[in-house]
Design a binder for this molecule. Sequence first.
Ligand SMILES: *Cc1c(COP(=O)(O)O)cnc(C)c1O
Length: 431
Amino acid sequence: MHPLPFVTREQIREIAEKYPTPFIIYDEKGIRENAENVKKAFSWNPGFVEYFAVKATPNPRLLSIFKEYGFGADCASFNELALAKSVGFPGERIMFSSNDTPFEEYTYADHIGAVINLDDITHIDFCEKACGGKLPETMSMRFNPGGIFKMSNGIMDNPGDSKYGMTESQIFEAVRVLMNKGVKHFGIHSFLASNTLTNDYYPVLSRILFELAVKLRDETGADMSFINLSGGVGVAYKPEQKANDILEIGDRVRQVYEDVIVPAGMTGLRVFSEMGRFMTGTYGGLVTKAIHEKHIYKEYIGVDACAVNLIRPAMYGAYHHITVLGKENDTCDHTYDITGSLCENNDKFAIDRAMPRIDMGDYLFIHDAGAHGYSMGYNYNGKLKCAELLLREDGSAELIRRAETPRDYFATLDCTDAYKALDETLKEQGV
Ligand SMILES: *Cc1c(COP(=O)(O)O)cnc(C)c1O
């Protein structure tokens, strides 16, 4: 069974009076409990830092919650760096894990003292120039082992087909070149599988990276400062899936550390993570209202949200569980497609989904929209991005990002007449 929503119909009715649907609401309590567990899971490694992957949910209010736990931010663009900076993360708590990186983004990353994670060996000279001719003392490198990455439970991914990272021989070469350029401390990063639902992923990955770190130290004499396990720890989107246990994951990474790192005498080696989805995915829901029902060859329920607010189902056919608020215990004796309003037939939050009877005005809670929901939003069909709310631990709702307005949609255009017309219309409507 999928866990129930963290809000009730009564709460949403009250919240929606002030903040009309659709909106994404985040559960502060859930986010904090999970953050505590992440911290606890890796507390055996005194240098551990989770760098929250900003792209999952780029909201400063949520970033500042993670900052309270001593976490950092993992960024991949100028704007993500600027967002992390605006929240007050110090440089060493900002990881810059980008690829195909523009020159001025390296310059800015260096300027704010972020830890730079190089995606490729050819970026060394490029980055050095961008950093004004002097590389930072600590540099990280992204590793791609190639081939097929397999785990015992059948999960696999295809690093050999992915654009990220350097080969093993390039990593050795990069360390030598960087040492010659005066770099003193090194990190290795790798991201081999996405949305994994197994406690095996980090332990398997950490063995690969720990062994590489020992080999690098032995063969080049480099000071290996950290291993960055990156993201990839997944979320149980489907009711039959079992959630990851971060405490077990942390403990099993510890065992690998004791196997590989301790005997090599490298006990100063720090472990980093860059989880995004796992930190917020489960703790956000897209709340939307049923506004149309349509019966043709199938039964459709039209809602006031669309793929602009959560693109995962349209983009990857991803499953998102849906609860009709107030009908949590009703039998699922209807079969619906739940659709948004875009002029794209894939704008459906669910297809042939068994659900309780849905009445107009019912609130639907689309689960697990806390990561890659708002952040993947766009403006197709002139649709606007929705508000983000934080459900505080005392039950109150805090607006942490307002909904876009037509003015935002027009803001990048130079069309004075359209603006005037818009302003007049809005004035007439009393907006
Ligand atoms: C997306 C990404 C992450 C976060 O991945 P999750 O699967 O959301 O945990 C971390 N690091 C990098 C470099 C990424 O691109």
